[in-house]
Write a protein that binds this ligand. Sequence first.
Ligand SMILES: *[C@@H]1O[C@H](CO)[C@@H](O)[C@H](O)[C@H]1NC(C)=O
Length: 158
Amino acid sequence: MRPFTTTIATLLSVATCVHAKDLSIYDDSKTYAYQGCYNETTNQEDSSGVRALDGGITDVREGEMTVELCLEICGDGDTEYRFAGLQWARECWCASTLAGIAKKVDDEECDMACEGDGEFACGGNLKLSVYETSENAAGGLRTVASLGLASVLLLHII
Ligand SMILES: *[C@@H]1O[C@H](CO)[C@@H](O)[C@H](O)[C@H]1NC(C)=O
């Protein structure tokens, strides 16, 4: 049997998690489709400081960034970057490749709301909400709330 304090700590961390689930994942673009939440690579030992989305362009829009805006930035003009990623609520990263060492993590880890639209997730601390060009984009909106429900169910199993 687990000590009481451990159980309380588990309950609290799960509760915090569930609370952060009010963010939706924007997936309503005609050109880009959501791929998942990816770990930034710059601090990883084997990355040589290279970013997960490297070699393209970066734009920071404090107070204004939205997923839509980032997809516009990455898909505008002569170069349509294959990948677009949002990080730290206000950063937009465009690149032709996504580093192979960038690991896909749980959607919940992209837990920062876009500064320009608090309804949607714009990555997290060293986490990227990644989008890729797709013929079949515009899949509609998915919400992370269902994941929150999964955690709650998991809690009951534990
Ligand atoms: C995510 O990146 C950090 C470094 O920023 C690293 O320590 C960690 O192991 C990575 N996690 C995964 C799942 O790749």
